[in-house]
Structure formats: structure tokens, C-alpha cells
Design a protein around this ligand. Structure first.
Ligand code: SF4
Ligand code: SF4
Length: 114
């Protein structure tokens, strides 16, 4: 089971990043988060989410969800600075069953759900 994402509801508050960083490091830092807000330089005020799972990189953009197999990530995404850090991080482990998925609990809009 993976986290599900409704990108239209996301407001890019980054609470999920902080919650996930807390899961991994017991600190309020997003540097190790398995989920990140994805921005582009080409389009102003455009954002989506990236979620790294064991097998996939899930790209959740306003226009829809795209799932890329790890190791087969398309060049255009892998080359983006937003994508590089997440490929080096641990995959989502669903918070190892402790206290429920923190990102889901702290998302204020219901953009993340099970
Ligand atoms: S379920 Fe836990 S490990 Fe997975 S993205 Fe959410 S906070 Fe991170
Ligand atoms: S916590 Fe929810 S609204 Fe905020 S960035 Fe994450 S998915 Fe988007």
C-alpha cells in the first residue's frame, strides 16, 4: 500500500516534507523526506509532489499522476534539481506502521490519503 495523492488539493505548504523528515530523523527538517514539493522554473506558481516508494517515483502534478519505475526515471525528470535529492533518499516505508503515516496526518487539505 502506498500513499495516495490528490494533487489538485495540494497547496505546497510542505507540512508533509517536515512530517516525513521527522519520521526519519526525529527533527523538523525536510532533508531526508521521502516526499517533496516539486517546482519548476519554467512555469510560475506551478508545483506538484514527488513521492519515492521502493519501486517507483510518483509524480503528482495538477495535470495528473505519473508513475516512473526507479531506475527507469526519464531523463527530463531526473535532470531536474528537484528530483535529484529524492533519488538519494530512503523510500517511503509508510512510517513503519508507527502512529500512522505522518504525512497523511499533517496534510491540512486532504491531498494525501490512504
Ligand atoms: S508515509 Fe511516512 S515515510 Fe512515507 S512519505 Fe509519508 S511520512 Fe514519509
Ligand atoms: S502537506 Fe498536503 S497540502 Fe501541504 S505540501 Fe504536502 S500534500 Fe501539499
Amino acid at each position: 500500500m502506498d500513499i495516495k495523492i490528490d494533487p489538485i488539493k495540494c497547496i505546497a505548504c510542505c507540512a508533509c516534507e517536515l512530517a516525513c523528515g521527522y519520521h526519519w530523523d526525529d527533527a523538523m527538517s525536510p532533508i531526508t523526506s521521502s516526499i517533496i514539493v516539486y517546482r519548476t522554473r519554467e512555469k510560475k506558481n506551478y508545483f506538484g509532489l514527488m513521492l519515492k516508494t521502493e519501486e517507483n517515483l510518483v509524480l503528482a502534478r495538477p495535470e495528473g499522476i505519473e508513475i516512473q519505475r526507479i531506475g527507469e526515471v526519464q531523463e527530463g525528470v531526473e535532470a531536474d534539481p528537484s528530483a535529484k535529492p529524492i533519488m538519494l533518499r530512503d523510500a517511503c516505508d509508510m512510517c513503519d506502521g508507527v502512529d500512522g503515516p505522518l504525512c497523511v496526518r499533517f496534510c491540512p487539505t486532504g491531498a494525501l490519503y490512504l
